[in-house]
Design a protein around this ligand. Structure first.
Ligand code: ATP
Length: 253
């Protein structure tokens, strides 16, 4: 991995790019994962590389859903494993969620390497190696485990494709996504759409889970029942517009 100087103004972003590239080199991330990362970076620029108010609100709602869930599951793909293996493991630990590897470009080697990567970061059990259930999809993301994603009541699917997100929602699950693109099919289909960078979102969610696990069940239920995802998405788009206006004013175009 190329050393990125810590005082570089876009250190976090460049470090993430190096991590995904390293993921491709060691075989945990697909080459297509680089394109997804690039698309994410461009939306992050428009957002201002910060967690917006609407994102923080969605992250709190997502944590409430996790803390109330019977069988919460976090789906892990090659980009997530390359970028934030420590943080997905931390979120699973603090919320009692299971981890399951689920890949669009699935190979058994890649599944194995991702499981090893998560275990090296402290995970005790990682599902995904022995799928025994199937979603109604024609690609590899249909392959799931019956004690994991198939029966999950709440499922976090970061950096998802719209197809599977739609299918999981149709199955009656609470589907939480993390996707910097508020216009993607995934963001528009999910129950709770977190429009934030994966790294920032997971960091915030681990912190919120530490605070919110002491809250009463009633408080958590209230957060979920008053949550409005349409408003979150429309606020996310407005926040991008506001950010662009502020930048334009600063530059006196
Ligand atoms: P859809 O089918 O939902 O319309 P898509 O075809 O763009 O979306 P993918 O190719 O799976 O689906 O894209 C992954 C999504 O993840 C993209 O919208 C991209 O902006 C987003 N993304 C990529 N990297 C990150 C990241 N680090 N944090 C958050 N989101 C990211």
């Amino acid at each position: 991995m190329t050393e990125i100087p810590k005082d570089h103004p876009r250190y976090e972003s460049l470090l993430a790019r190096e991590k995904v590239a390293a993921g491709v080199k060691i075989g945990i991330t697909s080459i297509q994962g680089l394109i997804a990362q690039g698309r994410g970076e461009s939306f992050d620029y428009l957002i201002g590389e910060r967690s917006t108010e609407s994102a923080l609100y969605a992250e709190r709602a997502a944590v409430a859903a996790f803390l109330l869930a019977k069988n919460p599951v976090i789906s892990v793909n090659g980009n997530v494993a390359a970028l934030t293996p420590d943080k997905v493991v931390a979120l699973a630990d603090i919320t009692g969620a299971r981890l399951e590897v689920n890949l669009f470009h699935r190979t058994e080697t890649r599944v194995h390497l991702i499981i090893e990567q998560l275990k090296a970061n402290g995970a005790s059990e990682v599902l995904g190696k022995n799928p025994d259930a199937s979603l109604e999809l024609s690609h590899s993301r249909r392959l799931v485990e019956s004690k994991g994603i198939y029966t999950a009541d709440v499922v976090l699917v970061p950096l998802e494709d719209g197809d599977r997100c739609e299918k999981l929602v149709e199955m009656g699950k609470t589907v939480i996504t993390i996707d910097l693109n508020p216009l993607s099919r995934t963001s528009r289909t999910a129950t709770i759409s977190i429009v934030d960078n994966l790294t920032r979102a997971l960091e915030n969610m681990v912190k919120f889970a530490g605070e919110m696990k002491h809250e009463s069940k009633d408080e958590l239920v209230k957060l979920i029942t008053t949550y409005d995802n349409k408003k979150v998405l429309s606020d996310a788009i407005s926040e991008i517009q506001e950010h662009l206006k502020a930048i334009t004013a600063e530059m006196e175009y």
